[in-house]
Ligand binder design. Structure first.
Ligand code: SF4
Length: 425
């Protein structure tokens, strides 16, 4: 949307008080995201009432799902756009006489390499969406309704975009999708992520390629071998497993049981030496017993994941698990989330302590939020925004620079290091 607007000559401003048109792009995945989106719309509606803005446009998943309700409850909204109506941002912003309505049908749109893009990330990294939508029916998830059927961008198209990004100075690309390991199946390519990684591994200027959101049953050996053998592909797998109890997984309509999941984690570690595995779980799914939870706790202790996220179950209207009986009380859900995170904190601290003394490659990202006496950066095994980071207390470097660091201290999630000459690595 930013790309289309700037191409047309509109100017982007970061402060809503300076804007003629305010666009709020929303999320509707779980309760908390919806609340945050509604709060942002209300805040911008007040801004429109008292400030210079003439129009308020609401886009994205919340608009896709609750178009009518939003318009009824918040009359300051002038236009809404669903997830597949990116190009319509021009009509919505320029204020046609007729108000744009969010298209309620399943979205089919996906961008291509000629779509104009403004990077909202730091200049050295970019997210690249390789496919859109999802064909699974996990019972807790509204994403297939919001994002439509799974559809992949062609190999050549993604490769062209990554070449263009490299020419703009991007060094790290993060490949995203709702279901990245299904990439290519709709184009008739089995294990399509493998040839895609091999292609992208040949793009000059790109140093790190990262894949997010793998699905357990399509994480094949062909894909793991591509991750292992392609030098630029970071040895990092992000694979949400959601639970470990057979009974809960079944109710979640997830295809894999605990035995298979344990085997999968072992297989990933065997085929990709040194791989860091990130996963996420949902606690408090309807019917989750104390025994189910204990099973999950034992599973994470056994697997000792490198990084882990835990969400409490959010009951979403329009999903098949909506209104299931045997609800777990909110305080029990929260207590389970905390117990799981506390166990993971100990695992993470242990893993980090073992790294003290290592010399590692770090991508410098800038100064620390609290003090400009510290630099902060990431290892190849730390994804932006969600994983820990490396704090650098000795040496200087610019954002986007790769340096060699010696790890000198370990915290539960972050590491501390000092820059050393590359030749010492
Ligand atoms: S695979 Fe992911 S996006 Fe698709 S339905 Fe399941 S949880 Fe949702």
């Amino acid at each position: 949307m930013l790309g289309h607007l700037t191409q047309r000559g509109h100017e982007l401003v970061a402060d809503a008080r300076d804007a003629d048109v305010i666009v709020v792009n929303t999320c509707a995945f779980i309760d908390r995201a919806k609340q945050e989106s509604v709060d942002a719309i209300l805040e911008m509606a007040r801004e429109k009432e008292k400030g210079r803005a003439r129009r308020l446009v609401v886009t994205g998943c919340l608009a896709q799902r609750y178009d009518q309700e939003l318009r009824r409850e918040i009359p300051e909204i002038d236009a809404t756009l669903g997830t597949g109506q990116v190009v319509d941002i021009l009509r919505a912003v320029e204020g046609e006489a007729t108000v744009t309505d969010a298209d309620q049908g399943p979205p089919t749109w996906v961008y291509d390499h000629v779509s104009p893009r403004v990077l909202s990330t730091p200049s050295y990294m970019a997210y690249v969406k390789i496919s859109e939508g999802c064909d699974y029916t996990c019972s807790f998830c509204i994403i297939p309704t919001l994002r439509g059927r799974h559809r992949s961008r062609p190999l050549d198209d993604i490769t062209s975009e990554v070449h263009a990004l490299a020419a703009r100075g991007v060094k790290e690309v993060v490949l995203i999708a709702q279901d990245s390991t299904r990439y290519g199946l709709d184009l008739g390519i089995r294990d399509g992520l493998a040839p895609l990684l091999r292609r992208l591994g040949r793009v000059d200027g790109i140093r790190w390629i990262r894949v997010m959101y793998a699905y357990p049953s399509t994480m094949t050996d062909a894909i793991l071998d591509a991750i292992a053998s392609e030098e630029k592909v970071v040895k990092y797998v992000d694979i949400p497993l959601q639970h470990a109890s057979e009974a809960v997984l079944k109710r979640m309509k997830r295809p894999t049981g605990k035995g298979n999941l344990r085997g999968l984690v072992e297989r990933m570690r065997e085929r990709v030496p040194g791989v860091a595995v990130r996963t996420s779980f949902i606690v408090g799914f309807p019917g989750e017993t104390e025994a189910d939870f204990e099973e999950l706790l034992a599973f994470i202790r056994d697997c000792a994941f490198d990084n882990m996220g835990v969400f409490t179950f959010s009951d979403e209207e329009g999903t098949t698990s909506f209104d299931l009986p045997d609800r777990v009380a909110p305080r029990v859900k929260e207590a389970r989330r905390r117990r799981l995170m506390a166990a993971q904190k100990r695992i993470s601290a242990r893993r980090n302590r073992a790294r003290v003394g290592e010399r590692v490659e770090v991508l410098v990202e800038g100064t620390h939020d609290d003090t400009n006496l510290l630099l902060r950066g990431r290892l190849a095994t730390q994804a932006p925004e969600i994983d820990g980071q490396v704090l650098i207390n000795d040496g200087s470097a610019s954002p986007g620079e790769f340096v060699c660091c010696e790890i000198t201290e370990a915290h539960p999630y972050d590491l501390v290091g000092r820059i050393v000459p590359t030749s010492a690595a």
